[in-house]
Ligand binder design. Structure first.
Ligand code: FES
Length: 265
């Protein structure tokens, strides 16, 4: 295992765990060591079901941390046995976690930051907003979901003074259509686009940003087995400027936030 700064394994205690939309839960975990150092775009690996496999951990990005109180929050979609177990966890239950993993992401310090989230991809973008109050006046947050039932109360998850626009596929909340349709009206000179969500959505965001020659970063949600570079299960293909060949790199080590124009979608 490579040397990973601040990496720890600890028992995290559930402080709260409740649904925030249909099939989507918010969990607060007391984990002082991880909470002390976790930065935006980093993730933790949670052993969600040791009965099923003592090795299989799942990656979750942090939404918000309180370094003094020693907790961090995650949001998760209930999509399988591991997250089903998480959904029934009670206050005081414990999960074996390790992290923080991946590279911290620091946004550019000038210009507009256009954050484009979809589904539980809202999480790393929200952490950016919480972690950079000095940049919040330049942030515009665009959030998409399939419908109103799948759209959490974003105002409760984001800092109060953040400009927020919503979109749902069926128009039940906000703009009717894809969140990517909102990008054009919020681009100003010197805009950087930062996105996280379903793969197809991020690919479209990267395409739009490319057409407008805007820098674009994407927080990839590849399947991650080990989380620290050992299994090669998370590789993504990069287009190298110097060679026509593709280069494969590990999202868990070099990402999860990557230059969206450098990878093959
Ligand atoms: Fe194992 Fe990235 S998750 S190498």
């Amino acid at each position: 295992m490579p040397e990973i700064p601040h990496f720890v394994q600890e028992q995290a205690r559930v402080l709260s765990n409740q649904p925030v939309a249909k099939g989507i839960y918010l969990m607060r975990l007391e984990a002082p060591a991880v909470s002390r150092t976790c930065q935006p775009a980093q993730f933790v690996q949670i052993l969600t079901d040791p009965g099923l496999s003592p090795f299989l951990r799942r990656p979750f990005s942090a939404l918000r941390v309180d370094r003094d109180a020693g907790w961090f929050e995650i949001i998760y979609d209930v999509i399988g046995p591991g997250t089903e177990r998480m959904a029934v966890a009670k206050i005081g239950d414990e999960f074996d976690i390790n992290g923080p993993l991946g590279q911290p992401f620091v946004p550019p310090n000038t210009g507009r930051l256009l954050l484009v989230g979809g589904g539980v991809g809202l999480v790393p973008l929200a952490f950016l907003a919480w972690a950079h109050p000095e940049r919040r006046n330049d942030m515009v947050y665009l959030m998409g979901a399939a419908n109103g039932h799948r759209m959490p109360d974003m105002a409760a998850l984001l800092p109060q003074n953040l400009v927020l626009h919503l979109a749902t596929d069926d128009g039940s909340v906000g703009h009717k259509g894809f969140v990517t349709q909102l990008i054009a009206e919020h681009v100003v000179p010197n805009t950087t686009v930062i996105t996280c969500g379903p793969h197809a959505m991020m690919a479209q965001v990267a395409k739009i940003a490319g057409e407008r020659k805007l820098p674009c970063f994407a927080s990839l949600e590849n399947h991650m087995a080990c989380g620290f570079g050992a299994c090669m299960g998370c590789v993504v293909a990069y287009k190298e400027a110097t060679t026509p060949d593709l280069q494969y790199r590990r999202v868990c080590l070099e990402g999860p936030m990557v230059n969206a124009h450098a990878i093959v979608w």
